[in-house]
Design a protein around this ligand. Structure first.
Ligand SMILES: Cc1ncc(COP(=O)(O)O)c(C=O)c1O
Length: 346
């Protein structure tokens, strides 16, 4: 049972010109895990938390999150995109971090009720959506490196517009690693992101937006970038690296692969070296590169640094990235049929 305490006044503000993620909506969901059970499931007005300074997450990093979106459809209804796949991934991440699963019905009910209550915040225009952030952290009050016995699970939301204002300039990273084999790269746990800041900041100081991670053994194979999986269109084939355990199993990646196959594109999921991308670019071939992720949706890459040289990727109007993005948007907005059953319409 989820109790709801509604805020009196709905305060929907225009967030289009604001940076991503700084405007929480009116309400949040919260539940507590103690003595092996989830309790006190509630939706309350958005407010700050009071937690112990020795809550375990603050020290040892047991924290996992998800990122998903709700859309205002063309007919005015609200659609949460692929919540089942996000729930599945949430559970995989939690398991890797030794954190308890959230019961499936609790997750979906909380999501629906919160989005319904704050639906006024979902931008109605083509560019906007509601970003939904389910997350869990270890709340046991205890200094000591051990698996926590207590957790807090929450969901907050924020209106979202374009994540990247312009095409990206990225750098293939050959020194630092985001994830090693056997590590936590496939989990959406906080530490993966904190650890990525330093090399990303170095790249930004050199004028790039993001790094492209490569395998931690030899830095030969392309992995992913920031909060996006990567796709390339070369030699008339859409190619993306396989999920090697060091990259996140992106919901956008999975969706675009299905759409591309159904559109009759040649699709290959296979290891990609930065060497082969460099060779193709040096031979003057058309190479498209783009990131795929919930926040960024489809983010075209204009410039890619490989070794000591910047290369320009194809950015024409007929780029595959735009075709795929339009097809995905059309399904989410209910303009094209949802033959995959991805939409969860409230
Ligand atoms: C590291 C990383 N890779 C890839 C993605 C893309 O995944 P999704 O399409 O499910 O948002 C994300 C975003 O969640 C991410 O954080």
């Amino acid at each position: 049972m989820i109790t709801i305490t509604e805020k009196q006044q709905k305060q929907v503000t225009d967030t289009k010109s604001k940076p991503f993620g700084i405007t929480p909506t009116d309400h949040m969901f919260i539940a507590e895990y103690k003595d092996g059970q989830w309790a006190n499931s509630r939706i309350v007005p958005y407010e700050h938390l009071s937690i112990s300074p020795i809550a375990q997450a603050l020290h040892y990093g047991q924290t996992v999150f998800e990122g998903m979106k709700a859309f205002r459809m063309a007919d005015g209804r609200v659609n949460i995109f692929r919540p089942e796949k996000h729930y599945e991934r949430f559970c995989i991440s939690l398991d890797r971090m030794c954190m308890p699963p959230v019961p499936e019905t609790l997750f979906h009910e909380a999501l629906k009720q919160l989005v319904q209550l704050d639906a006024g915040w979902i931008p109605g225009d083509d560019e906007g959506s509601l970003y939904i952030r389910p997350f869990m952290f270890a709340s046991e009050e205890r200094l000591g490196v051990k698996i926590s016995d207590e957790y807090i699970f929450m969901i907050v939301c924020t209106p979202a517009y374009r994540y990247y204002a312009k095409p990206l300039k990225v750098k293939v990273e050959e020194q630092y690693s985001r994830a090693a084999f056997g590590g936590t790269g496939f989990a959406k746990c906080g530490g993966n992101y904190g650890g990525a800041y330093y090399p990303t900041r170095l790249a930004q100081q050199q004028g790039y937006d993001q790094v492209i991670w490569t395998d931690s053994r030899n830095h030969e194979f392309i992995e992913e970038s920031g909060t996006m999986n990567l796709m390339f269109f070369m030699d008339n084939v859409l190619v993306t690296p396989p999920l090697s355990g060091t990259t996140l199993d992106g919901v956008t990646r999975d969706s675009l692969l299905s759409i591309a196959k159904d559109m009759g594109m040649n699709v290959a999921v296979r290891p990609i070296t930065h060497r082969e991308i460099k060779d193709a670019l040096e031979q003057g071939k058309r190479v498209e590169a783009f990131g795929a992720g919930t926040a960024a949706v489809v983010a075209p890459i204009e410039v890619i640094r490989i070794g000591d040289k910047d290369y320009n990727c194809y950015m024409g109007d007929d780029a595959v990235a735009f075709t795929l993005k339009d097809a995905l948007d059309a399904i989410r907005k209910g303009v094209s049929p949802d033959k995959y059953n991805w939409n969860s319409i409230l």
